[in-house]
Design a protein around this ligand. Sequence first.
Ligand SMILES: Cc1cc2nc3c(=O)[nH]c(=O)nc-3n(C[C@H](O)[C@H](O)[C@H](O)COP(=O)(O)OP(=O)(O)OC[C@H]3O[C@@H](n4cnc5c(N)ncnc54)[C@H](O)[C@@H]3O)c2cc1C
Length: 338
Amino acid sequence: MEYKGVMVFAEQEESVIHPVTFELLGKGRELADRLGVELTSVLLGDGVGDKATILIHHGADKVYLFEDQSLKEFDPLRYKENIVPLLRDVKPEAFLIGATRVGRTLAPRIAAALRTGLTADCTDLDLDEEGNLIQIRPAFSGNIMARIRTRTRPQIATVRYKVMKPAEPNPERRGEVIKRDVKVIEDSGLRILKKEPGKGVDLTEAEVIVSCGRGVKSREDLVIFKELAALLGGVFGSSRPLVDCGWVEREHQVGFSGNIVKPKVYIACGISGSPQHLFGMRDSDIIIAINKDPSAPIFSVADYGFVGDIYEIVPILIKKIKEQRRTAKNLKFLQHGT
Ligand SMILES: Cc1cc2nc3c(=O)[nH]c(=O)nc-3n(C[C@H](O)[C@H](O)[C@H](O)COP(=O)(O)OP(=O)(O)OC[C@H]3O[C@@H](n4cnc5c(N)ncnc54)[C@H](O)[C@@H]3O)c2cc1C
C-alpha cells in the first residue's frame, strides 16, 4: 500500500531526450489517470535541466532531476546508484524504462538492487481490477502474448520503442522539478576511451525499407535490393537468416529479435512472413510483398502482393523507377527551357 504512482525513466544522450521516453510518458499518463495517482519522471545528466520542462509538457507531474558532470555520459553504475535511493524514497508502484540499449543495461541492475521483479521487452501495459500492472509481452517466439503480473514492488518493466503512441506535448502543462543531490562516484570502473560513430543505419526511423529474405541466392545479389532501397530514399532491411549466416549486419534485422519498424512503405522480397518477422513490420503503413509462393504468409499482411520471382520483378522495378526519373528530369528541363 505504501507504493503509489507511476515513474518513467527519461533517457537522454547529449541532452536529447530519446523518443521512447515520450511513448512511456503517454502510457504512464494513461495508467496514472486510471489509478488516480501522480506520474513522475527521473532525468539524469549534465546540463539537462531545461529538458525537465519538456517532460512536464509531455505528461509528467513531477521530474526528479540529477545533474552532475559525473552523469554526463550514461554509466550503468552511476545511474543505478542514484536511481535506486530515489525509488526507495518515492516508492512508485510502477517504474517504466525504454527497452533500448541504455534501458536494457540499466533496468536489471536496478531490479536486482531492489530485489524486485522485472519484465523485459513489453509491448503493452494494462491494469487489472486490483490496479496491478499487467505487463504484456510476446512469449514462445511471439506465438502468444503473455500477461505478466509482478508481486513485488516497484513493478519494473522495460518497454519496446515504437510500440506505443507518444504523448502529445502541451506547453500549458505545469509541474514541479525537484533537484536531487547527486551521489558522485569518482571511479565506476567504466571509462569511455573513444566514441565510434554508428554506421548510420536506423531502421526504426526509416520511411521506406526494402527487406530481403532467404529468397536471395547469394550475398553478391544483395546489391540489387540495396539499389532499390537507395532509389526510393530508403534503407535496406533483412530477415534473420541472412543476418545469422553473416551476409547482413545485425542492425538491419527486422523482427522479434531485431528491430520493430513502422515505415510508410515496407517491401518484403523473398520473405515468407514468419510470426517472428511479421512481429517487427506488420504495423508499416503500406506493405508490398514479392514472393514466388502464393501461399506465403507474408501475403496475409500485404497491401500489395506480387506472386513471382524477385530476380525478375525487382530489376523491372528499378528500371521503371529510373525511366520515370529520367522522364521527369527531361520534362523539367523542357519546361525550364520554354
Ligand atoms: C526466438 C526467435 C526469434 C526470431 N527472430 C526473428 C527476427 O527477428 N526476424 C526474422 O526475420 N526472423 C526471426 N526468426 C526466424 C523466423 O522464425 C524465420 O525462420 C525467418 O523469419 C525466415 O526468414 P525468411 O522469410 O527470409 O526465410 P524463409 O522462411 O525460408 O522464406 C523464404 C521465402 O522466399 C521465397 N522465395 C524463394 N526464392 C524466391 C524467389 N526467387 N523469388 C521470390 N520469392 C522467393 C520462398 O517462397 C519463401 O517464402 C526468429 C526465430 C526464433 C525462434
